[in-house]
Design a protein around this ligand. Structure first.
Ligand code: BGC
Length: 415
């Protein structure tokens, strides 16, 4: 295979200085640290100690509250078992607390009932604002209607929340572009403009319950479609719709199993797999595992990903994954804080906020229709990381080289 190793840093890094970062190993359990020692915390007694999946540390009582004015922000994250949400939870908590807010942070173990209960708990606690990364974007309508009745504004964090008018804003990355960058990477790496191929490609997409997953898949598929149509890229399995290649809960194990089945059914006669286009790192991890047992290090296919998870960055160094689309979630947390501040001080954030944001973002009032309304969106910029530009991650302050100087590790406080 003619491989032209390329990398494209499509956006400059916007650094927020030396933040604590994280990169937890997957774990569905979490600590329950309810130290609500902030004297201003009106919700100090309202967090049940039997709530096993939350981290609720409102101990930042020395911070200057300033305009935060004793306000509490409720943050609902999907799960600790997918690496990135540990980072999101930590960065959001750090940044809001540093700005003087109190924080109630819940992880809901990828269980939609639990997430509804967790959010109901925060509504009962009278939080002033809700930030929600939905497990299933379509299951929160009733709960959010209760939030609306209680006058609590809601920001959909990273994943759009569907079928409700109770969402005020959406803060995320340009999700379609994430997939597009993966597709463009494949086009460049195989030099598809100049080569006839044909090369064999298989797709692995994300969780159908996550509204982002379709955007990632479509962005990638649309990018390579002309080469599929021209016969330069072939899909031996014939699986080319999102539904056919979706991976429930973004599960590594499921992605591994699906790829093993695909290899056994369509490649056992020696057909070469050239590209495994995976929507994110948790799925790429499983796919790379299926491939490495099958390919035994020879003619390793291109494997794409997204997120910059530590295990995947190791695979990139080891040649088992080719690239990841990086989304600086510390920047995402920073933009979310700035949008939240504006809302909590009675403003209606709009395009005017963009120029004062701490990270590059666009304001979009067209793309994200949740079935009831078009949700105004602040969309940050993703970029490509390969083995050649890993130092860009170090530059963020969120990663560092390990003692062997070979692999990256997180500068996180969460493990
Ligand atoms: C996020 C991705 C992540 C995936 C699984 C998506 O909603 O945007 O960054 O890889 O969920 O956690």
């Amino acid at each position: 295979m003619k491989m032209k190793r390329i990398f494209a840093a499509v956006a400059s890094l916007v650094m927020l200085g030396a933040f604590t970062a994280c990169g937890s190993d997957s774990s569905t359990s979490s600590t329950d640290s309810n130290s609500n020692s902030n004297a201003n915390n009106s919700n100090s007694d309202s967090n049940n100690s039997n709530d096993t999946n939350d981290t609720n540390d409102n101990s930042d009582s020395n911070t200057d509250s300033g305009s935060a004015d004793g306000k509490t922000v409720g943050i609902a994250m999907p799960t600790k078992s997918l690496e990135r949400w540990n980072r999101d939870g930590e960065y959001l908590k750090d940044q809001f607390e540093s700005a003087g807010y109190k924080v109630e942070l819940k992880y809901s173990d990828n269980d939609t009932n639990q997430q509804n209960n967790d959010i109901q708990g925060m509504i009962a606690d009278k939080v002033d604002l809700l930030l929600i990364a939905a497990i299933d974007g379509s299951t929160l309508s009733q709960t959010l209607s209760d939030a609306k009745d209680a006058g609590i504004p809601v920001i959909a964090y990273d994943r759009l929340i569907m079928n409700t008018d109770a969402v005020s804003y959406y803060v995320s990355f340009d999700n379609y572009t994430v997939g597009k960058l993966q597709g463009e990477y494949v086009i460049d790496a195989l030099d598809l403009e100049n080569s006839d191929g044909p090369y064999n490609i298989e797709f692995t997409a994300g969780d159908p319950a996550d509204n982002n997953a379709g955007y990632f898949f479509n962005g990638a598929y649309d990018a390579v479609k002309e080469y599929i149509d021209a016969g330069k890229l072939k899909i031996p399995s014939g699986k080319k719709t999102f539904e056919q290649v979706a991976t429930e809960a973004w599960s590594t194990d499921k992605a591994l199993e699906n790829m093993q089945n695909t290899l056994a059914s369509y490649y056992s006669d020696g057909t070469q797999l050239d590209v495994a286009l995976c929507s994110n790192d948790s799925t790429a991890l499983g796919v790379a595992q299926a491939i490495s047992s099958d390919y035994n290090g020879k003619n390793a296919p291109i494997v794409t990903g997204q997120d910059g998870d530590i295990a995947n960055l190791k695979n990139i160094v080891d040649g088992k994954q080719s690239m990841t689309v990086y989304k600086n979630v510390n920047d995402e947390a920073g933009v979310t804080l700035e949008v939240s501040k504006a809302i909590l001080s009675g403003q209606t954030p709009d395009a005017g906020l963009v120029s004062s944001l701490s990270a590059e973002a666009t304001y979009d009032t067209e793309s994200y229709n949740n079935g009831v309304k078009v949700v105004p969106s602040y969309l940050l910029v993703p970029y490509v990381i390969t083995n050649e530009n890993l130092d860009l991650l170090v530059d963020t302050g969120l990663y560092k080289w390990d003692s062997s100087n070979k692999y990256l590790e997180s500068t996180a406080s969460t493990t």
